[in-house]
Design a protein around this ligand. Structure first.
Ligand SMILES: NC(=O)c1ccc[n+]([C@@H]2O[C@H](COP(=O)([O-])OP(=O)(O)OC[C@H]3O[C@@H](n4cnc5c(N)ncnc54)[C@H](O)[C@@H]3O)[C@@H](O)[C@H]2O)c1
Length: 335
């Protein structure tokens, strides 16, 4: 098949609407033909204006022969069952993060897609931020030398205004403060750079809000192949997004100037052994769109989608251990 991949956007809340908006700039790769949203009135006008068929029932997208792929932007606990249903209907899947809340569920989804020959995309758009992509390429080429340590923070205070019964604040959907909201992106980059994790100590506290799962989380991860990552996230301080990687031959610190909801470029500070510390500004980009385009091109048989099955499972295995440690207060082994 050729031409743009025809997709159904499933879950038209904050992020489903963000994806619909950015996909206007990718007409050669993706066409949104359907949307699914149980609270149908919230997006009726938007979908009508965009010429997108809208229904409340996921089965409508799965039964539509025009739909080649579903893009899931639904509450976390639904992802595993919705992926299984999509695979049974022969649809490729792009799933928002986290893929799952347990390693066993992640393995099941990865294996279902693999066995059916379907592409499984993942909402880890940080990999598509230009300075992050450049840093990953440098790490792969050995330019940074052996990676020793990672320090990363991704914080925002957008959830302080949510009703306290919102699914994003529930223990069965989003334990350990901001770990499933923002920290998961940093865990993904950590396993991408350092491989499978061995153990983790996670401390989650409620320091300056009434957010029921805590507002301030920090995880210290040890990797099987050596190296450590310190990942932290607050849901109660102003926006901050920073990823720093230290290697034997150089280090790079990447700061986002704005939340990926409305990207505004990056400030990158780096030094190579023997050289000066250099600070550069990188202009705006739209990594959410670029991630979806990479998925669509993989569906069409182009370059393989870069978030591999191994990365996906390693990340959720680590996430599950983070949850265990946040609740036990002890160092937990990663399964
Ligand atoms: N990649 C990113 O940077 C990023 C940013 C924000 C959110 N997300 C992810 O996007 C997903 C959605 O988060 P959100 O913030 O948009 O939440 P949200 O609550 O704003 O939107 C979720 C939507 O799913 C709908 N929904 C519920 N049950 C459904 C069902 N059975 N079928 C279809 N739709 C259903 C809800 O009515 C709601 O409109 C989560 O996985 C979240 O982690 C990713």
């Amino acid at each position: 098949m050729s031409g743009p991949v025809k997709i159904a956007l499933v879950g038209m809340g904050w992020w489903g609407q963000k994806m619909l908006a950015v996909l206007q700039a990718a007409p050669d790769d993706i066409r949104v033909v359907r949307a699914v949203e149980p609270n149908i009135d919230t997006v009726r006008d938007l979908c009508a204006a965009r010429g997108v068929a809208l229904s409340a029932d996921y089965a409508d997208a799965l039964n539509d022969p025009e739909v080649e792929a579903v893009v899931l932007a639904t509450p976390h606990s639904m992802h595993t069952a919705q992926i299984a249903a999509a695979v049974a209907a022969g649809k490729h899947v792009f799933c928002e993060k986290p893929l799952a809340l347990t390693k066993a569920e992640a393995e099941r989804s990865v294996e279902l897609c693999r066995a059916a020959g379907l592409v499984l995309g993942m909402g880890h758009e940080r990999r598509f931020e230009p300075p992050v992509a450049e840093m990953l390429a440098m790490a792969d080429a050995g330019t940074l030398g052996r990676i020793h340590q990672i320090e990363a923070n991704f914080s925002h205070d957008k959830f302080l205004s949510l009703p306290r019964d919102n699914w994003r604040l529930k223990a069965d959907q989003a334990p350990a403060g901001g770990m499933t909201a923002t920290g998961i992106h940093l865990l993904d980059l950590s396993v991408r750079l350092l491989g499978a994790a061995e153990s983790v100590l996670c401390i989650c506290q409620q320091l300056s809000s009434d957010l029921p799962q805590g507002d301030t989380v920090a995880a210290f991860v040890k990797f099987k192949g050596g190296g450590t990552s310190y990942v932290s996230a607050s849901l109660a301080n102003p926006f901050m997004s920073r990823f720093t990687v230290y290697g034997a031959k150089g280090w790079i610190d990447i700061r986002d100037k704005a939340h990926v909801e409305a990207p505004d470029g990056w400030i990158v500070t780096s030094a190579m052994a023997g050289g000066p510390i250099i600070t550069r500004e990188i202009g705006k980009a739209e990594p959410v769109k670029d991630n979806l385009v990479a998925f669509a091109r993989a569906v069409r048989g182009g370059a393989a989608y870069p978030v591999t099955s191994e990365h996906l499972v390693n990340n959720i295995a680590l996430l599950e251990a983070v949850f265990r440690s946040a609740s036990s207060g002890r160092i937990e082994t990663v399964a």
